[in-house]
Design a protein around this ligand. Structure first.
Ligand code: NI
Length: 256
């Protein structure tokens, strides 16, 4: 059984066949999905999906690139939603310096506020960090990230950075990029990270793995990610599925 730890099925590119696609996941071995919020509107839609599908859980958070929309009023709304029954994380939150929009000071402010929100609610965090390795780590440390717990989504840094997050007790979201031929750094990191810290994710509709690179992604592509991890670790695909599912259930407190 595969646990999909990061997807955006509320995205409008799924409007035409969302119901059919989500209903088909079970028969393809996908047992759980975390639908991850990225803006206030996406959080609203995520909540609806968690109510509609028994196997869909949600994360409430605003992506760094969307933090320009946050104010005290919608932040209070976000806080209240964290108490909903199937909300299991705060995310995705973090820093994205690849797109310096909004400016770094705004991203940092709301990253810190959302980390505090996670601490207050007792939920783990789903971290988005792009071209911002040092600032992400500094802010996490300053806010007692070890106690909060969480996953570094779409981990894209090298082994050295993996070591820092391992020491903080964090998990690593590994997705389609691990199947790319040029992802040498990430493949090395995956070999280095212990199996009990890896989660499977797609970031659907983005980052489809080989051989479907460039197409709309969905959890149905996760077996390609499983195969890539199994090859790097020298273990079987079933073992990869089993261990990563156990990891996700432990982190998000599902089915324990
Ligand atoms: Ni995402």
């Amino acid at each position: 059984m595969i646990f999909e730890s990061h997807a955006h099925y509320d995205d409008e590119v799924f409007d035409e066949d969302r119901e059919e696609l989500l209903r088909s996941l079970g028969e393809h071995g996908i047992g759980y999905v975390i639908n991850v919020g990225s803006s206030i509107e996406n959080c609203r839609r995520t909540l609806a999906l968690t109510e509609q599908y028994s196997f869909v859980y949600g994360a409430m958070g605003v992506h760094p690139s969307e933090t320009g929309e946050l104010d005290e009023e919608n932040f209070a709304w976000l806080r209240a939603q964290c108490a909903a029954p199937k909300i299991v994380a705060v995310g995705e939150i973090g820093l994205d310096y690849h797109w310096q929009e909004p400016e770094a000071s705004v991203q940092k402010k709301w990253f810190e506020r959302q980390l505090e929100l996670a601490k207050d609610t007792g939920l783990p965090v789903i971290i988005h960090s792009r071209d911002a390795a040092k600032d992400t780590l500094d802010i996490l440390r300053a806010h007692g990230a070890e106690e909060i717990g969480g996953v570094i989504h779409c981990f894209s840094y090298a082994k050295e950075m993996a070591r820092e997050y391992l020491e903080m007790g964090y998990y690593f979201g590994i997705g389609g990029v691990v199947t790319f031929k040029n992802a040498k750094k990430l493949k090395e990191a995956v070999q280095y990270i212990p199996m009990d810290r890896i989660l499977l994710e797609t970031d659907s509709p983005y980052l489809a793995p080989e051989p479907n690179r460039g197409q709309r992604n969905s959890s149905l592509n996760l077996p390609y990610v499983v195969q890539a991890i199994a090859a790097l670790k020298g273990i079987g695909c079933e073992e990869v599925e089993e261990i990563t599912s156990g990891n996700a259930k432990r982190l998000f407190g599902i089915g324990q």
